[in-house]
Ligand binder design. Structure first.
Ligand code: HEC
Ligand code: HEC
Length: 163
């Protein structure tokens, strides 16, 4: 391939290399949690809050959560049995310990796979990562709750949790 102008060739090279670089960053750090791809899960589990990435909790947590959706953190999140079955399968197949998501390792540090907390925000690693955030910040109107990831992680829908 020959380029008529040197600047054009340089621009081309820059584009190619930044593409490689971005891919490396996405694959290499521990801040990517694949977003939910299943439409039904997005609809049923994304109407009240961000559709949490299944790789952020072990399968046992999702199983316990799905076994009682009428008492879901004080809300009724129940769905019909057929949907529940499908959602359960998706969550199970993509959970931190069963989905083969090497990214989740960091977040699972110190978590019992048999008896995990039901909240991502109660995982020891999550607590540690957010320890510098003051009580006043959590209470800010646009945050309101620790579960409101999107208030601070604007790329959370796409699975990215950089600060
Ligand atoms: C009717 C509304 C509603 C629906 C539908 C719903 N949730 Fe929730 N969910 C909540 C509320 C309320 C909380 C607690 C939020 C808080 O503490 O601020 C919550 C919290 C959670 C948390 C814990 C977040 C944390 O703090 O770490 C997870 C995980 C979760 N939901 C998963 C799901 C899944 C999976 C589904 C689909 C089966 C679902 N939710 C559907 C209302 C809902
Ligand atoms: C009030 C703002 C705020 C909210 C709400 C919040 N986070 Fe964070 N989060 C941060 C900040 C700030 C950091 C960076 C901490 C640091 O690097 O010192 C962080 C770090 C992280 C990291 C680690 C990223 C890394 O660099 O390794 C993950 C994963 C994460 N948050 C996930 C979540 C999830 C999931 C939720 C919702 C359940 C959430 N956060 C809610 C502010 C927030």
């Amino acid at each position: 391939m020959t380029f008529p102008y040197r600047p054009l060739a340089l621009a081309f090279i820059t584009v190619v290399f930044s593409g490689v670089f971005i891919q490396r960053v996405q694959a290499g750090n521990g801040n990517f949690y694949a977003p939910v791809a299943d439409t039904l899960v997005r609809e049923e589990c994304g109407s009240c809050h961000l559709t949490f990435a299944p790789s952020m909790l072990p399968a046992a947590a999702w199983k316990r959560m799905m076994s009682d959706l009428t008492n879901h953190f004080g809300s009724d999140a129940s769905v019909d049995p057929v949907s529940a079955e499908r959602i359960s399968r998706y969550l199970n197949d993509n959970a931190a310990d069963t989905g083969g998501r090497r990214y989740s390792g960091k977040l699972m540090r110190g978590v019992s796979m048999q008896n995990p907390p039901l909240r991502i925000t109660e995982l020891p690693k999550w607590v540690q990562e957010h320890r510098k955030i003051s009580a006043a910040e959590w209470k800010r109107k646009d945050v309101g709750s620790k579960s409101n990831c999107l208030a601070c992680h604007t790329e959370a829908e796409r699975g990215f949790y950089e600060d």
